[in-house]
Design a protein around this ligand. Sequence first.
Ligand SMILES: Cc1cc2nc3c(=O)[nH]c(=O)nc-3n(C[C@H](O)[C@H](O)[C@H](O)COP(=O)(O)OP(=O)(O)OC[C@H]3O[C@@H](n4cnc5c(N)ncnc54)[C@H](O)[C@@H]3O)c2cc1C
Ligand code: FES
Length: 282
Amino acid sequence: MFKIVDKQTVGPNLTQYEIQATRIAQARKPGQFVMVRPNEKSERIPLTVARTDPQAGTITLIVQAVGKTTLQMSQMNQGDSFADVAGPMGQPSHIEKFGTVVVVGGGLGTAVVLPQAIALKEAGNKIISIIGARNKELVILEKQLGQVSDELIVTTDDGSYGNKGFVTDALGELINASDKNVDAVYCAGPVIMMKAVSEVTRPKEIFTVVSLNPIMVDGTGMCGGCRVTIGGETKFACVDGPEFDGHQVDYDELMDRLTTYKNFEQRMLDAYQKTHKCKLQR
Ligand SMILES: Cc1cc2nc3c(=O)[nH]c(=O)nc-3n(C[C@H](O)[C@H](O)[C@H](O)COP(=O)(O)OP(=O)(O)OC[C@H]3O[C@@H](n4cnc5c(N)ncnc54)[C@H](O)[C@@H]3O)c2cc1C
Ligand code: FES
């Protein structure tokens, strides 16, 4: 059992958990994730390890309640325990000294790029971060990302905070600015956003890393659920990724595969909400 030692609400439907998981805290590297089962009857779901404290033996997860399992998690409190937390899973992020790196986090993807930004800064890079969200309420981890960034840009779709527009607008301006030389881009967020970011960096052949979020079942390369096509080859995101060269990803296939279980997921959520009388802000 994995005890929740702290639980904080950090945004609408967004919860940050500190979990006692000593061996994972000591072994995990940036870019890796864990498979979590909140209780013995739940589904197993993949979640990025946003931070660790190896001395305290804790890991931090930032979770958006979008469906049955994440909603089940959000009903659990400090002192409760998750049935399983397995990991660390996946390949660690590719970290080297590039020069100037732009990290782009869209929505919850900001939790994924935060550990990458920390590791890239420690490797001696200049970090420019771009956080994008639909509106001000949904901007997360601005302070934490600001602390490791030489420059931080926030964009909101509706202009309620920061620059009005998409992360790709801000990224395009940076890439085309005569006084900036962007050597690499790391990006996580909705698939459509990662696809757009990769198109912005493609003409100048800027090294672009995206963190993919296909459906994962076992997380160990056995089931094939997380199959993605990279440069025409089949890869399993759980063991070969989740990070890949953004210019090689077949995003349309990934978007198509992510919708496969939509009706089933909605039915499970409706049934859970009916019996547990809890609401999700959609
Ligand atoms: C490597 C990786 C890291 C992730 N990190 C985070 C994170 O740090 N925080 C966070 O909030 N979310 C993260 N996710 C997404 C998270 O796993 C899903 O939101 C979660 O599984 C939804 O489950 P549900 O039962 O609540 O919702 P459901 O209603 O079952 O599904 C809602 C949507 O979530 C996705 N999803 C559902 N089941 C899975 C699954 N088994 N594996 C992957 N995606 C699924 C699908 O797009 C689906 O349409 C990550 C996904 C991957 C692949
Ligand atoms: S989740 Fe089963 S092979 Fe990747």
